[in-house]
Design a protein around this ligand. Structure first.
Ligand SMILES: NC(=O)c1ccc[n+]([C@@H]2O[C@H](COP(=O)([O-])OP(=O)(O)OC[C@H]3O[C@@H](n4cnc5c(N)ncnc54)[C@H](OP(=O)(O)O)[C@@H]3O)[C@@H](O)[C@H]2O)c1
Length: 326
């Protein structure tokens, strides 16, 4: 068993890797609920925090997780998010994603309250272990959103608070209202911008950086040859058309390094993240056997020479194409 860690300084003990539930909603290829339940069960057995959002599958993901934790709530740590709006006929702020459809965000106290009760209901629990604002709402100060989230902690419905896709400045302002235990941002071998400001700020505040898409949405699986039509990843410029093959060539030395170390590319990508202080990666997979494979990354020790070599092979800015979320 690897050394367990905590979310923030005072959170419960968890596996150093979490489990990302988004892929169980068919965004990256067809998903089967029964197999998804096995993958979730495997992650819970290992003590991994389960990551969801009310947006994933429009609530279905939380319901599926509710089924996975039924009868074993005490063993399971569940994190979810709110803020993405599904209802039509409103003028909430649009996120600048560049996707072919609009994503709108509502971080108002009234909406937070409504979403929380729905999430608790779908998960079948009386409290969340960690609750995130999915994106900051540009139309209101972040202090207002976090103030509402803090009320949920006082009411006993939430244990710890998190933010997702924020700047260091937003994090500091929010943290002044209520301690923020976790911050989600994309972080992987091809997206290292957090190292400049956000990650140092997370460490200074004693929080945890929860790395989303730690495998580059599957790019660092070593198995992604092309993206099928209708796959959500076609919204990611790095994985589209010529960029995909250009990036495959640029990052190929990492696959060679993984082979040299006798580990899979996914394990190397996750192990590298686990060697960064205060970082908890949350890889997603539809398959229980890959949950185990990914967990193997927590057993790997990379020496300084190997870490320096990875820095040389995957410097910030190496990838061709923009990012999924700016
Ligand atoms: N806060 C946010 O805005 C935000 C945004 C995006 C994601 N997230 C969270 O982050 C989690 C992870 O991100 P992600 O799902 O986008 O990307 P990811 O974890 O980087 O990659 C997932 C992809 O990698 C494949 N994979 C996983 N382990 C593998 C292995 N050992 N060998 C080969 N392939 C493997 C999966 O395919 P298979 O299913 O076929 O194994 C899936 O296609 C999400 O589930 C979600 O919880 C948060």
């Amino acid at each position: 068993m690897p050394q367990m860690t905590s979310i923030g300084q005072s959170g419960p003990q968890v596996h150093p890797l979490g489990y990302g539930g988004m892929g169980l909603e068919g965004y990256y290829g067809k998903s089967d609920d029964e197999e998804g339940l096995q993958a979730l069960g495997q992650a819970i057995d290992l003590g991994m925090m389960i990551d969801s959002a009310d947006a994933y599958g429009n609530g279905h993901n939380e319901s599926l997780i509710g089924r996975a934790i039924k009868g074993r709530r005490d063993e399971a740590l569940v994190a979810t998010k709110f803020g993405i709006v599904f209802e039509k006929g409103h003028d909430y702020s649009k996120l600048p994603t560049g996707w072919k459809f609009d994503v709108r965000i509502n971080g108002t106290p009234e909406y937070a309250q409504r979403c929380l009760d729905l999430s608790l209901d779908r998960l079948g629990v009386d409290h969340l272990d960690l609750w995130y604002l999915h994106y900051p709402d540009p139309s209101i100060p972040i202090e207002e959103s976090v103030g509402a989230m803090a009320s949920a902690v006082e009411a006993g419905k939430v244990r710890q608070l998190g933010l997702s896709n924020v700047t260091a400045d937003e994090l500091r302002r929010a943290h002044a209202v209520h301690p923020i235990a976790a911050v989600q941002f994309e972080y992987s071998l091809w997206r290292r911008e957090v190292e400049a400001e956000l990650l140092p700020c997370v460490r200074e505040l004693g929080a945890t950086l929860v790395a989303w898409s730690p495998l580059g949405s599957g790019f660092f699986s070593g198995t992604l040859d092309q993206i099928p039509e209708r796959d959500f990843r076609l919204n990611n410029p790095r994985l589209r058309g010529e960029n995909l093959s250009t990036n495959r060539d640029r990052f190929a030395p990492l696959t060679e390094l993984a082979a040299e170390l006798d580990v899979t590319t996914a394990q190397l990508a996750l192990a590298w993240l686990l060697h960064q202080d205060s970082v908890l990666p949350i890889p997603g997979t539809r398959y229980p056997k890959r949950v185990l494979e990914n967990a193997g990354a927590a057993e790997l020790r990379l020496d300084d020479a190997t870490l320096s070599r990875i820095d040389e092979l995957a410097p910030t800015g190496l990838a061709e194409g923009g990012t999924l979320i700016p």
